[in-house]
Write a new protein. Structure first.
Length: 457
């Protein structure tokens, strides 16, 4: 397995920031004091309270698995504390067709307000893209709090998320009965089975990413089980008719004494439709609560269709949650399945040069694609043998006129099927090179399941 810690610090970033009197370097994973300073700086950058000991231990455990970089100011009051942070690691990204593509997750990006406008963010992000290429990733990805920063580095919004709010007093379930059962379990009893359930759930939905070690333990309250927050977490598991675990939910109920409460849910994991329906029903039929709030849910949740009054469930705080940056269009486009057959040429512009060029996307009737650069298609094409039905032959030549011109940002946005190319064409962000090309692109990039990412990273 590739070790992200093996990548040396990017020389271009070192040189760029040295000119600003700053020191960009890798944080030594064996230097606990340096890692603690990095965690404290990252926490401060996101305006969080200083972490207590259990959270610090968890953060150190996670940081030691990643490519951790920092920027230091030798003239600062405390020169051991970074003025900027970032980390990254390789991770699978689920794509249409139940497949996964190698991607590079970028996280922990902070720049101290004392060091703005000095080119730090640019050095951090451009270095991360080079690390991603070195790791063999076809895409880079991130979740973000501010949407005006990352487009300049080629990232585009690819999957949205929302907070689902349910008025408990208006709930009457009309969905089908699930064949299995929901039962309470203790977090410590669930954790042995939770990773396998989560892996199956991730593979169902484009936009989900691999869960890293420690992720589930944190959300189940197992890092600090005696804290008030952890003791408030309740966990229920769904087992199918054969007794196999297929999903689980972790939630809390906040309330004042003798007053109905509010269900707060940040983790609902379902490896099957039955599990998803059963866990939703478990949440929304809780007694002595007025409201259910589930965060980072799909904008295409089935819940309203399971209630007699669909308006009992409403979407709030809809955000462009997952942003993607294509680095290798051939690998990325080859990884997913497509919604129709056809041939489409994509002329991609990329100011940073990683994904520039022309690419022929040739999709067969089973939704699988052959992708090649246009210069390869011209120079390497050979005649079909007599009687051959080569899909790179007759169909490619017949439909080669279909094409789009787009920036790498737009390619990232349409990649999972969460944004239709026709919407970006209407906005002037995609140029149709011949009539019918946008309509073909809509059919090709359509996904049977709306992309969704249910976590922050």
């Amino acid at each position: 397995m590739f070790d992200p810690r093996s990548i040396p610090a990017d020389q271009s970033a070192i040189d760029a920031l040295r000119g600003q009197g700053l020191d960009y370097r890798q944080v030594d994973h064996d230097d606990e004091a340096a890692l603690l300073a990095w965690v404290q700086a990252e926490t401060r950058g996101f305006h969080h309270a200083r972490p207590e000991a259990p959270e610090l231990r968890r953060s150190l455990q996670v940081a030691r698995q990643r490519n951790v970089r920092a920027v230091y100011d030798p003239t600062a009051h405390d020169a051991a504390v970074p003025v900027a942070t970032v980390d990254g690691w390789p991770s699978g990204l689920s794509v249409p067709g139940g497949r996964s593509v190698d991607a590079w997750a970028v996280s922990g990006v902070t720049v101290s307000p004392t060091h703005r406008r000095r080119g730090i963010a640019r050095a951090l992000l451009e270095a991360q893209l080079r690390y991603a290429r070195e790791a063999g990733a076809a895409l880079a990805m991130l979740t973000l709090t501010e949407a005006t920063i990352y487009g300049r580095y080629g990232f585009g919004p690819a999957a949205s998320a929302a907070t689902v709010v349910v008025d408990r007093r208006r709930v009457r379930w009309i969905g089908p009965e699930s064949p299995g059962r929901v039962q309470f379990v203790e977090p410590a009893d669930l954790i042995a089975k939770a990773p396998a359930i989560a892996r199956r759930a991730v593979s169902r939905t484009p936009g989900e990413i691999d869960r890293w070690p420690g992720f589930l333990e944190r959300h189940l309250g197992l890092f600090d089980p005696e804290s008030a927050g952890s003791r408030a977490i309740r966990v229920a598991r769904y087992d199918d008719a054969s007794g196999q675990p297929q999903g689980f939910v972790a939630y809390t109920i906040s309330r004042e004494p003798n007053v109905p409460g509010v269900v707060e849910c940040d983790l609902l994991v379902a490896a099957s439709d039955d599990a998803e329906r059963a866990l939703w029903r478990f949440l929304v039929e809780q007694d002595f609560v007025t409201e259910v709030r589930a965060r980072l849910r799909s904008v295409d949740e089935p819940l309203p269709w399971l209630l007699e009054d669909p308006r009992a469930a409403s979407m709030h705080d809809i955000v462009d949650h997952l942003w993607l940056r294509v680095l290798d269009p051939v690998v990325a486009l080859s990884a997913r399945e497509y919604g129709a057959s056809g041939t489409l040429t994509l002329e991609v512009t990329d100011p940073l040069g990683h994904a520039s060029g022309g690419f022929v996307l040739d999709v067969s009737g089973d939704g699988r694609a052959e992708v090649r650069r246009t210069d390869e298609a011209r120079s390497g094409e050979v005649p079909d043998a007599p009687g051959s039905a080569s899909r790179s032959g007759r169909r490619s030549r017949a439909q080669a006129a279909h094409g789009l011109r787009l920036d790498v940002r737009e390619l990232g946005s349409v990649y999972l099927g969460g944004v239709r190319p026709s919407v970006l064409a209407r906005a002037g962000r995609i140029e149709e090179l011949s009539p019918g090309s946008v309509a073909l692109a809509d059919r090709l990039f359509a996904a049977p399941r709306t992309p969704h990412l249910s976590i922050w990273f």
